[in-house]
Design a protein around this ligand. Sequence first.
Ligand SMILES: [Zn+2]
Length: 418
Amino acid sequence: MNLQAENTVNPPGNERTAIEFLERYLAGAGLETEILAADDARPNLVGTLTGISDGPALGFLGHVDTVLADPSEWRHDPWSGDVDDGCLWGRGALDMKSQVAAEAVAAASLARSGWRPERGSLKLLFVCDEETGGELGAQWLTATHPDKVRCDMLLNEGGGEAFEYGGRRRYGVCCAEKGIFRFKVTARGTAGHASLPRTGDNALLKLAPLLAALAERQPSYDVVEGPAALLEGLGEDPSDPAAAVAHIGDAEPALLTLLEPMLGVTFTPTMTHASDKVNVIPSRAWLKIDCRVPPGLGEEVVRRRVAEVLGDVEIEFTERVSGNSSPLDTPLMESISRWVTDNDGGAATVPVILPGFSDSRWFRDAFPDCVAYGFFPQRHMTLLDATPLIHNADERIDVRDLGFAAGFYADIARELLG
Ligand SMILES: [Zn+2]
């Protein structure tokens, strides 16, 4: 069997076979392993290499569940793990069985060679249930078994695909995740009979100027620490984000689509509702907006940006989850940056933030001192190649990047733990 061939589409997940496969693999290489489960069919795995003396715990985190796939849309069976055209194909090949495999191979080959940390410990944390929120996976594990999974430094998904800008290759290190402040805008009027359009006061029509405003523009930028360092790393001026956006848009429009949301609050209207009956003029209409907010900012900034874009409207928050982040200036960041320079001459790292969320959030919440970054270095398949394939048909990874990343995890463990 292989990890890629295991169907772990979540829901329902059914991660047990994949987790047991990894458990045998790590135990066979000499790691201490333990399976911990809130639900028997959906366990998590902790593999440990304990050091000779006390020191920091370095964690390699990965989820083994995936989103669904429709085989009829694929060139290769999404659960084949076929290698073709220099790539390994399958659901999870990028998100994120590839990283799980690279982390496992790195730890197992270190263990088989007889290496043990000089200080601290190396922990492999392979979890279920990330794609639907982590309730049985990272969230449960950090809440129920904090002593078994506590880490000082953690590497997870969310960054590492190379991209070119200004003639230089960069690797994003994901240091933060945006918050989610979804809200509903309500317009009010008076009901009437739809056969007499001038009766009543149609609330639905009052949404039209709001939708037009949302089509026209996004809120002004609110550049927090990570994205400011990103702009600086790209040779742009963080105090003038509009000029930076114009430069990036001229040079690499596709890159701008991915980077611009990091620079501030974003509004995406996704749902609307008015009358329940086609012949009744609605007295009320609402519009739901998926709003993402840089870490460190909250409701007050959202309200200010709503006033800026939509004017004086009635809003109600339907979801409020603050963003989360790790500091940028750390020994882990230094080690990653040094590895990139050593292994891809002329390249550099830049901090990036994830517009969505990952399991890093649970570790940052549970262990406030834990420095968690998303980093899975991919050199041959770039950020612009890989991003459209995630959660999409024909997800695949360049096999050379699997080796590149496995080398990274082995090197970083040796460097940080001795
Ligand atoms: Zn993922």
